[in-house]
Write a protein that binds this ligand. Structure first.
Ligand SMILES: [Zn+2]
Length: 261
């Protein structure tokens, strides 16, 4: 498959090599090869009986937390079991080689960190911690995540017995302001943005590539389907990120090793 994109891969590698401050923006498409369904997309298997935009909303969580937890249990099981795939690993290698400054992600699965990425800005939160919706005590999810997957109980606060909400952004909820501001600052510095596995349909993350483009930076898109930013991107590859990113990183790093920077 990658042979089809040999020219694009070489060009993307060269652009990364030349970039002063490269940043990656990742979405659900980088985690689907790890078995995590894109729960925003119909056809992911999570829309069979309910609409996730309703069941995974802040409103439903507050009034009927069991409905949310019953829906999210199969997804949580997949989160516990998921392992980074070659795309996550490629981005971690790129950072380690000094050619990528940060990963901004719309995913909540923590797979970038599991792959070894250090600078990760999680726009939609993560499942490493949960917060009590009554007293706001924050607790690491740790074992309770495994217990929750195995049982039908709702996770409760050890202090007040209130319902614990994973620190993920639900529908109808604001993004964590600090993280989003950090992502925006990061993107403002960037002279290259690598969009990997995001359809760029979920606001406001979807607007970040525009900031780079407006500042004269270049955009590389690797995504299965077209995005709105494709027409101004320097390189566009419509394929699976797990197939393509390792080749791009190799193209970038190997040329460095050959002294052709
Ligand atoms: Zn509490």
């Amino acid at each position: 498959m990658s042979v089809d994109y040999a020219d694009e891969i070489a060009r993307a590698g060269k652009l990364l090599r030349q970039a002063r401050y490269a940043v990656a923006l990742t979405g659900a498409g980088i985690s689907t090869p790890s078995g995590i369904p894109d729960f925003r997309s119909p056809g992911s298997g999570l829309w069979e009986r309910v609409n996730p935009m309703i069941v995974a909303s802040l409103y439903t969580f507050r009034v009927r937390p069991k409905v949310f937890y019953d829906w999210v249990r199969p997804l949580a099981k997949k989160l516990v079991e998921a392992k980074p795939n070659p795309a996550h690993i490629a981005l971690a290698e790129l950072e380690a080689s000094g050619r990528l400054q940060a990963v901004i992600t719309q995913n909540i699965d923590g797979l970038h960190q599991k792959a070894g990425s250090r600078e990760v800005l999680e726009l939609h939160g993560h499942v490493r911690e949960a917060t009590c919706i009554r007293c706001y005590q924050v607790a690491p999810t740790g074992n309770f995540f495994d217990d929750f997957v195995a049982s039908s109980d709702i996770p409760r606060c050890s202090k007040c017995g209130g319902v614990m909400k994973p620190n993920v952004v639900l529908f109808g909820e604001q993004l964590p302001v600090g993280v989003f501001n950090a992502a925006r600052a990061c993107v403002r510095r960037a002279d290259l943005l690598l969009v990997a596995g995001s359809h760029l349909e979920v606001m406001p993350a979807s607007q970040l590539p525009l900031l780079v483009h407006e500042n004269g930076g270049c955009i590389i898109v690797v995504n299965l389907s077209p995005t709105y930013i494709d027409e101004v991107a320097e390189v566009v590859i419509h394929a699976d990120v797990a197939d393509i990113l390792p080749y791009i990183v190799r193209a970038c790093v190997e040329e460095l090793d050959n002294g052709q920077a």
